[in-house]
Design a protein around this ligand. Structure first.
Ligand code: NAD
Length: 497
């Protein structure tokens, strides 16, 4: 059985813990590897190594750090096929989707290549007579990232390229369900010339996470995952005096206005609801049909959902792969059962899908519910599977009220030809990332990614300039040279006359 280790101080290591987790190939249902799960002492040792590495890494000129990022970018491009196959083999999503997610991570590396420009401070000459003032941003020290299973390359890459380029050292605790990708990225960083100890991967579960939260050397925590764990990370990081950004779960709506390009909306919904088997925090799992568009919308969606090509991720014909684990498959099926019980109309039922040759894979077909109501659990809760719910409302105002009253606020979209409706929607909606005739409005690397409400705990979104601010602290210097020093002691607040 393949054993996945940790990557610490520039090499693969086993640590002292004997605990192991199981990693599956979701398409076949077979266990593919075992992964070591670190204990508290393993994590604390890594934090000491990262602290030591910070002493010299933080002093390297930003330009030298950027050059390593340039080299890392080249190596990712050269190894993109292998990394993509790793994603498919442990996560299950289809090849082209996996490749796209790697590219979105790569774009953050490209952004980090501009770190000398991004770290420039501000300077004011003569803020007082012969007194100058300037600001600069300095790295925090050792920082940690804790990431979910659904984007094993992209989500860690939202974090570490910027953190490292800013001069921090990094401990990544990836999802124990698909950890191989992180190890590959660590090896490429070393090949790019990153000094040992600057980037470390520690595999683990709750024990390793709790050790991160309690370790005094770790100054900041970036988290992406489900809302209950995001809240736990937020509270415990704050309790231990760490800077924290904790991105949580979602329930994203796509508003279909009666005047929209309906084909565009239906195609947008198909990709956004069923892409990556719905295991995306930006999946559009709720369509709100406004006015009289509902019947036509559901009729077109049902035809397409019934012919969705479900299959293994490496099959070029597959549009949708399996779910991550058997337990998650059972959970998603349970939500479909619940929707039927709650009284929603199950128009397309993917629960009984069986694939020849892949009978033990974690597959489910696309599911479509109509006439879903706001008090149903299938509407209120995140399912994280290929289950699309259609709600019908009479007006635009009713649609926006529904969205604004939902506990999550990650992504949202509206399909309309009415510029006024689009503009009002963008301005009034209580959601962090908004699409207008765009189904999945994921911001590019040079903007920032983050939701509102219970989809993000903390003040800072990921990557872009928000990332640079999160991974650095501000210092402001006020200086005067001897020729400008006044001779008498002053006991009052200096002000400009
Ligand atoms: P998860 O919350 O179960 O796990 C995320 C990380 O937390 C993993 O590294 C895991 O090992 C760790 N963890 C799990 N349980 C823990 C516990 N009890 N104590 C401490 N640590 C724990 O999430 P997941 O199932 O891996 O990922 C899916 C979730 O992530 C969905 O809710 C999805 O919406 C969310 N997500 C959000 C975003 C976003 O940007 N908002 C992006 C991707 C995924």
């Amino acid at each position: 059985m393949n054993l996945i280790q940790h990557f610490v101080n520039g090499e693969l290591t086993s640590g002292s813990s004997k605990k192991k987790g199981k990693v599956f190939n979701p398409a076949t249902g077979e266990q593919k590897s075992e992964v070591l799960l670190a204990n508290r002492s393993d994590l604390n040792n890594v934090a000491d190594i990262a602290k030591k590495a910070f002493e010299s890494w933080s002093l390297k000129p930003a330009l030298q750090r950027a050059r390593i990022m340039f080299k890392f970018k080249e190596l990712i491009e050269k190894n993109s096929e292998e990394i993509t196959e790793l994603i498919v083999s442990e996560h299950g999503k289809v090849y082209e989707d996996a490749k796209g997610s790697l590219t979105r991570g790569l774009e953050v590396v490209e952004f980090a290549c501009g770190i000398p420009q991004l770290l420039k401070g501000e300077f004011s000459e003569n803020v007082g007579t012969n007194v100058d003032s300037w600001s600069m941003r300095q790295p925090l020290g050792v920082v940690a990232g804790i990431t979910p299973f659904n984007f094993p390359a992209m989500v860690p890459m939202w974090m570490f390229p910027i953190a490292i380029a800013c001069g921090n050292t990094f401990i990544l605790k990836p999802s124990e369900k698909d950890p191989s990708c992180s190890i590959k990225l660590a090896k490429l960083l070393k090949e790019a010339g990153l000094p040992d100890g600057v980037f470390n991967v520690v595999n683990g579960d709750k024990e390793a996470v709790d050790a991160i939260l309690e370790n005094k050397e770790i100054k900041a925590v970036s988290f992406v995952g489900s809302t209950p764990i995001a809240k736990y990370i937020y509270e415990n990081s704050a309790k231990n005096e760490k800077r924290v950004q904790a991105l949580g779960g979602a329930k994203n709506h796509l508003v279909v206005m009666p005047d929209c390009d309906l084909d565009g909306a239906v195609n947008g919904l198909m990709g956004a609801a069923y892409g990556s088997a719905g295991e995306r925090c930006m999946a559009q799992s709720v369509a709100i049909a406004v006015g009289n568009i509902g019947d036509e919308l559901v009729s077109r969606l049902s035809k397409k959902s019934e012919t969705l090509k479900v299959g293994p991720g490496m099959d070029k014909n597959s549009e949708m792969g399996p779910l991550i684990t058997k337990e998650h498959l059972e959970k998603v099926k349970g939500y479909v059962d619940l929707g039927v019980k709650e009284g929603a109309d199950l128009v397309v039922d993917g629960r009984n899908l069986k694939l020849q040759g892949y009978e033990n894979g974690f597959f489910i077909g696309g599911c479509l519910f109509d006439n879903v109501k706001r008090d149903m659990r299938i509407y209120k809760e995140e399912i994280f599977g290929p289950v699309l719910s259609v709600l019908r409302v009479k007006t635009f105002e009713e649609a926006t009220k529904l969205i604004n009253e939902h506990e999550y606020g990650n992504g949202v979209s509206i399909y309309t030809r009415d510029g006024d409706a689009g503009r009002t929607f963008a301005s009034k909606i209580q959601v962090g990332m908004v699409g207008i005739n765009v189904p999945i409005p994921v911001p590019m690397a040079f903007h920032s990614f983050g939701g509102w409400k219970r989809s993000l705990f903390g003040d800072s979104a990921m990557h872009g300039t928000e990332g640079v601010r999160f991974y650095t602290k501000l210092k402001t210097i006020t200086s005067r040279w001897p020729s400008g020093i006044r001779s008498n002691a002053e006991f009052v607040m200096p002000t400009m006359k």
